[in-house]
Design a binder for this molecule. Structure first.
Ligand SMILES: *Cc1c(COP(=O)(O)O)cnc(C)c1O
Length: 408
């Protein structure tokens, strides 16, 4: 294969990117962008949805003269381009890049931005996979990290050293739903010549657009809300500026962790309904939060919509609503938490989140097993639910049964 680094994808106007609606999209609302950004009827057939370009290579008109900028599908594929442009537009960044998984996207961020000797700051309840990537893989490449309560801006500022290259933020965090002030973190990062990266998986761009508040890069596991149907694994990055975006793109092509055209298409399909799904999921999560707060077996509920939640005010400022994930602790410790998870029926006992079906999990034994015995391990009595699109009454009935330890 001819190495195609010199050949840049074509620079497109809004009209080329978005077709006839391109001129309208500058001022379009989120829901409109989710359906149209990056997509236009196929020029050859009029197909209203971008086709799945199941292809590895592209005919060239003459040597090193590709017809439409595409040379080889690791470097670029039209279905993936549609997804990448849609994501960039939803996050308000200049460049979107799609990856094979959220972890592939994270790996690309760390290895694009950091060099051996660099230091990063991470939340002390960071996603387990992010912790594993840093603790078990990247430390071997000379990158060090400090876990801090990411909502505590004083603690974050105090942890910055001369070697700190980036601040990694998740908000709300997983699984404790801590809320970090993105603008404050961006200021700390930029005062110290660091970059702020925000893992926006839990909120999705519908609820929160970190670039607006100063983030340099947004990370997604598109496996979750963006895809939304538990049918594909994927990841994405959106860069605030073109230069950083190009340098991550160089790594994406060099490292090769790209999604297949079919996975890109499924994710794009999921995104079209993100806004309506999120609205319903947030509303049901709020209803379930009230139910849990009043349940005698529940000792504590974590949900940013609660007035008593540590980050409620910040969440109000930077999020459109409070999300579809609720965590709660139960009286009786780990064994009771595990019993409740095992007893749920309508809530499927499974890892992951953000899809149309409701899921329940025990973070310490499941998603965060790799953090057990470390400082970032979640509490043993904690249960996390991801609220789907089922009826709120049916979901509450299921939780109620599971909390009583009875099965239907
Ligand atoms: C799932 C998840 C990831 C990892 O994404 P994958 O698609 O599973 O590789 C990263 N961050 C958060 C917050 C997640 O929930």
């Amino acid at each position: 294969m001819v190495d195609s680094e010199q050949i840049k994808p074509p620079r497109s106007s809004a009209r080329q990117l978005f077709g006839p609606v391109g001129d309208l999209l500058g001022s379009a609302a989120f829901e409109t962008l989710a359906v149209h950004a990056g997509q236009h009827p196929d020029s050859a057939t009029g197909a209203v949805v971008p086709p799945i370009y199941a292809v590895s290579t592209y005919a060239q008109d003459s040597v090193a003269n590709p017809r439409a900028g595409y040379v080889y599908s690791r470097q670029g594929n039209p279905t993936r381009t549609a997804l990448e442009n849609c994501l960039a537009s939803l996050e308000g960044g200049l460049m979107g890049l799609a990856f094979a998984s959220g972890m592939a996207a994270e790996d690309a961020v760390f290895r694009t931005i950091c060099r051996p000797g660099d230091h990063v700051i991470i939340p002390d309840d960071v996603y387990g996979g992010t912790f594993r990537l840093l603790d078990k893989v990247l430390t071997r490449w000379g990158i060090s990290y400090t876990p801090v309560p990411i909502w505590d801006t004083g603690a974050v500022a105090a942890s910055v050293t001369g070697a700190t290259r980036l601040i990694w933020c998740e908000t709300p965090t997983n699984p404790l739903l801590g809320v970090a002030d993105i603008r404050a973190l961006a200021n700390i990062a930029h005062d110290s010549e660091c970059l702020l990266v925000v893992d926006n998986t839990f909120a999705s761009p519908y609820l929160q657009q970190p670039i607006k508040f100063g983030a340099d890069v947004v990370v997604h596991s598109t496996t979750k809300y963006l895809g939304g149907h538990s049918d594909t694994v994927g990841g994405a990055l959106v860069a605030k500026d073109e230069e950083l975006g190009q340098s991550i793109k160089f790594h994406q092509n060099s490292m090769g962790a790209i999604p297949s055209p079919f996975d890109a298409w499924l994710t794009l399909r999921g995104i079209k309904t993100l806004a309506v799904r999120m609205e319903r999921q947030c509303a049901t999560a709020a209803t379930i939060t009230t139910f849990l707060q009043n349940h005698p077996l529940v000792s504590r509920v974590y949900y940013p919509g609660l007035l008593t939640h540590q980050g409620h005010e910040t969440a109000r400022r930077q999020m459109r609503s409070f999300g579809g994930i609720v965590s709660f602790a139960v009286h009786g410790g780990e064994s009771v938490a595990i019993r409740v998870c095992n007893a749920a029926r309508l809530f499927t006992l499974a890892e992951s989140l953000g899809a149309v079906e409701s899921l329940i999990s025990h973070p310490l034994r499941m998603t965060h097993a790799s953090t057990a015995d470390s400082v970032v391990a979640p509490p043993a009595d904690l249960i996390r639910i991801s609220v789907g699109l089922e009826s709120p009454d049916d979901l509450i009935a299921d939780l109620s049964r599971a909390l009583q330890g009875t099965t239907p």
